[in-house]
Ligand binder design. Sequence first.
Ligand code: IVH
Length: 676
Amino acid sequence: MTATLKLQELVESLREQIRYHNYRYHVLDNPEIPDIEYDRLMRELQRIESENPDLVTDDSPTQRVGAEPVAAFGTVRHTQAMLSLDNAFSEDELREFDRRVRQRLEMEDESQAIDYAAEPKLDGAAVSLLYEDGKLVRGATRGDGTTGEDITHNVRTIDGVPLRLRGKGYPRVIEVRGEVFMPKAGFEKYNEYALEHGEKTFVNPRNAAAGSLRQLDPRLTAARPLDIYVYALGFTDGVEVAGRQSDVLDQLQEWGLKTCPERAVVSGVEGCLNYYKTIGARRDALPYEIDGVVYKVDRVAYQRELGFVSRAPRWAIAHKFPAQEELTIVNDIEFQVGRTGALTPVARLKPVFVGGVTVSNATLHNIDELHRKDVRAGDTVTIRRAGDVIPEVVNVVFARRPAGARKVRLPKKCPVCASAVVREEGEAVARCTGGLICAAQRMESLKHFVSRRAMDIDGLGAKLIEQLVAAGRLTTPADIFSLKPDELSALERMGEKSAVKLIAAIEKSKATTLQRFLYSLGIREVGEATAATLAAHFGNLQAVLDASEEDLQQVEDIGPVVASRIVAFFAEEHNRAVIAALRNAGVSWPEVESGLLPSEGLLVDKTFVLTGTLENMTREEAKAQIQAGGGKVSGSVSRKTSYVVAGSKAGSKLDKARTLGVEILDEGQFIRLLAG
Ligand code: IVH
């Protein structure tokens, strides 16, 4: 045997192995070897072929992407017309279809049920694949059903399309039909990529599939995540393939073509309805888009007997699911304020039935999204509602935009409380600054205000706040301090005793610290540590209120973003009014020595380790106080540790401090140290 012959055998063997693993992976969805092993086989074949170009054949697994784009699409005349399907939109229409089928077949006895081959109706693009002597020689679009476009160069790039049929026994000429689709995950990923790279996004997976197939350059198609399921036999050179549609598909699958794993044979109309329900319930969980299910009379002999009307077979029908996309008109665009103050643009729609319900609002997510889609009042838009996902505006039909439709701008004032709206550089979300007075944010700000690390009002839980807000008794945090025992005990699940207890807790909370007070206001970006730094730096509330952005940026750890948040908050008259009301109600704190920069603090260069439980403050408060004094807090004890602060139940850190001779402070000593 010559060297070339041997090489030829090796090449053939590699191809056979690769085809076999393609089949396991794509058709059976049951790979036998890891991807890396497959890649090795592929690389080996590529290497030999590149060193021996005369051994390359068209159907080699390496030859999916042709070298050159085509100049234009050729046309293909379908030997057998590619038909469409009639639709049934209701159970009645389906029963009517089954009745007609049985009537024509003279099987009108109710007990004689027809077997139907059922499968999902895939939402993609129909294609025809032609194999001669087992080799893929042509791929075509459906076109008008009679003539389509030659897209051979593109279908070859789809991994699920075998370049060669498997086994033996296939007719010399065989044409199959199927649906090329873009799985949902691939569609999402592709659109994300397109957005990032400033390329055009696809409106839905169907357009994505159809658009990808109509590329002149196959390299572009190859980069799109396409897949295929075949669902029918087209023209064959006279060979009878099988007696039933379901067997035809089994046979095609054995020859290496992918069929839908959800396909089934069902009995009679009841079987169809069951199938419709089962698939419908799984619609959102399926990895690809479907818009219904298709039933085909399973026996090929019956199909022949039934024949065709105009462009559709009498033996098949598409049972459609409720549409997930519809067109409607945008009456208005409003901004909703969320519990955290975020403004979300919402389209108010002319009510439309979509995804099984009537939809009259759709989210536009945020202002950038609104501008990207350029939705305006008066526009005709596509609304999508899939499963339980909230309805959204997919796109605008620009051709139907009325003259004078005006671009939507972000409001300057909160639509709920009229406070200023701010949007930080580089942030998608715009927010209302009326944190203390905005009704939309009321629940959140009240819950935060009373929380343990803020004003620490024991016994005023979320449920109680909800009741008080609903009763109109709580509008701002200041209202908490005018609550009376009898109005509290009148509330649900509130006895006299607990009412008295709560009033006592409210009273007690009035004596607080500036740090806790600043933190309780719920200013965005102002957590406990920042509140402590502000308190230590400015010493009194008035100085914080008066601080400009520049002043604030002088404070350690406060950057431009935090500074602007603080200024925006205090610039809001409503917020100042609530602060004044709180002070009038008796909320007070000891003044802290002012003008102290943390770098000049008492604790500069000191490292603390906290262990055990402190009685008078939380660990975060202790940490914030140390930091406010310019000190550092570390998690572990070493020779460099200045102090270990030991609360009750202190553990191994205390032992270690003793071993290393590090100074140990109890809580009282620690508080005295903080006080200077
Ligand atoms: S059978 C003669 N089965 O629906 C029957 N079609 O409205 C030909 N489609 O152009 C079609 N999934 O693109 C069939 N499982 C399926 C299908 C399916 C999607 C598409 C196909 C066809 C259109 C007809």
